[in-house]
Design a binder for this molecule. Structure first.
Ligand code: R5P
Length: 311
């Protein structure tokens, strides 16, 4: 692996360290700071000429700062003649703005794709995109990983075989159906209706009476979806409700909402670091996707199949 270099922005250094531990390579030295007016300063302290560079930076909060940091770091790598630059973005923000839902609104997910490409990425490595179609916004290769191997293992080890998998909205049905199939169990779907950003109503399709239910989702932002879904499932007779959600964005009152919610447990991954308040919640479990990302990096570097990680 003599041409492999791994660097991290400041968004999730613990994840980058775990990935390096898995790969048994040192984390490259890069200094990221701020000028007095808030502009980002970057300096790579080692040679990257001709190297295969992987730069780890989820677009977690503050997402604009973290995005800009990623772009500036890639610009520096490009100008330092890196052989290739893979933007490792375990959580891709702006993904929900992937189409025009009203006149005169942007498609920000596409703009972010253009920015990442222009800054110098030769490849994107990401995980559990809000919608898979975002891959098509890039004209460079995209390796889209799923947290599935980690979350399936967690469910198998901690819950009964007949737990019902629940999609909290129409967008998540495909993911939830695939899980239910792999676990050989039943599926329920929630029809979530929004008016603007606010959730206006939820209707359950399927039966959870007397059963344990597991809500699956790609991200938890304010916690409103998971909290309301848990209430609905209990109302329909579920004996316990759990959730397994890949990206713990945890905005606004998420922690307060979750604390008071009927969710018994909430498993999230470490694509995004948890703030201390969220980390201290009794019901939270953190599953690490570092080995999965590390293995994907190894396979990309050695030109092996990445998709076979998910068979
Ligand atoms: C929506 O389509 C997503 O998959 C999530 O369900 C949503 O973003 C979660 O947001 P919140 O926690 O604010 O309800």
């Amino acid at each position: 692996m003599d041409k492999l270099k791994i660097f991290s922005g400041t968004a999730n250094r613990p994840l980058a360290e775990k990935i390096c531990q898995y790969l048994q390579v040192p984390l490259g030295e890069a200094v990221v700071g701020r000028f007095s007016d808030g502009e980002i300063s970057v300096e790579f302290r080692e040679n990257v000429r001709g190297q295969e560079v992987f730069l780890i930076q989820p677009l977690s909060m503050p997402c604009n700062e973290n995005l800009m940091e990623l772009l500036i770091m890639m610009d520096a790598l490009k100008r330092a003649s890196a052989g290739s630059i893979t933007a490792v973005v375990p959580y891709y923000a702006y993904a929900r703005q992937d189409r025009k839902t009203a006149p005169r609104v942007p498609i920000s997910a596409k703009l972010v794709a253009d920015l990442i490409t222009t800054a110098g990425a030769s490849r994107l490595l990401t995980m559990d995109l809000h919608t898979g179609q975002i891959q098509g916004f890039f004209n460079i290769p995209v390796d889209h990983l799923y947290a599935t191997p980690v979350t399936l293992e967690y469910i198998r080890q901690n819950f009964s075989a007949d737990i019902t998998i629940v999609s909290p909205d129409a967008g998540g049905v495909e993911r939830a159906r695939a899980f239910a199939k792999r676990l050989n169990t039943t599926l329920a779907i929630i029809d979530k209706r929004r008016e603007g950003p606010a959730i206006k109503g939820m209707t359950l399709i399927g039966n959870v009476w007397g059963r344990e239910a597991m809500i699956l989702d790609d991200m938890i932002t304010t916690g409103a979806t998971a909290t309301m879904a848990a209430e609905l499932l209990i109302l329909h007779g579920a004996r316990a409700v759990h959730a397994c959600i890949t990206h713990p964005v945890m905005a606004r009152n998420a922690v307060k909402n979750l604390q008071g919610s009927l969710l018994q447990t909430l498993a999230v991954t470490d694509t995004i670091p948890l703030n201390p308040e969220a980390a201290s919640l009794d019901k939270i479990r953190v599953l690490s996707v570092a080995p999965l990302l590390g293995e994907a990096i190894r396979r990309i570097y050695q030109q092996d199949s990445v998709s076979s990680l998910f068979v």
